[in-house]
Design a binder for this molecule. Structure first.
Ligand code: CMP
Length: 144
């Protein structure tokens, strides 16, 4: 076990459903710290760039349009095994396969519109955090 950082996004459907506080509460209750956070309305370049790994997939164009359809919240979560911890809190990509009590099982309408994103591994986490945040925007907790 080691302390990790991971990139989390509350997608436009999560913002539309007014779930920011609910989702942040789940992160904090699981012991994850939010060490950076901001609301953005993604441009086409940002949405395409963030999901460029999926550019050959049939759902890419719909995914880009979905991610531009409203504002998102992006945040860096920090804690023990934060990458896996966040993926457990989110549940499987397809909400019909997501574990009971996970964000996607509780709130997502479909595999396309699935409320949240989370980095899937250590290298992806570094890349995705750097995509949205400068080092100066990540604030370590200084009170113990
Ligand atoms: P996310 O975990 O952000 O990773 C890629 C996103 O593409 C995924 O969540 C969904 O929002 C979207 N998506 C749409 N269709 C699919 C699919 N068939 N498989 C995986 N992801 C999909």
């Amino acid at each position: 076990m080691s302390v990790e950082q991971t990139l989390s996004i509350i997608k436009p459907d999560g913002i539309q459903k007014n779930l920011i506080g609910e989702i942040y509460n789940r992160f904090e209750k699981a012991g994850l710290e939010i060490v950076a956070s901001k609301m953005l309305h993604l441009s086409k370049d940002q949405a395409e760039g963030f999901y460029s790994v999926h550019s050959e997939r049939p759902f890419y164009s719909d995914l880009v349009n979905y991610m531009m359809s409203g504002p998102v919240m992006v945040q860096v979560l920090q804690g023990e095994s934060a990458i896996d911890a966040n993926r457990k809190i989110m549940g499987a990509t397809n909400p019909s396969e997501a574990a009971a009590g996970s964000i996607r099982a509780d709130f997502a309408d479909s595999i396309e519109e699935n409320i949240v994103h989370g980095s899937d591994g250590p290298e992806t986490a570094i890349h995705e955090i750097n995509f949205f945040f400068d080092d100066s925007e990540i604030c370590q907790r200084t009170r113990t």
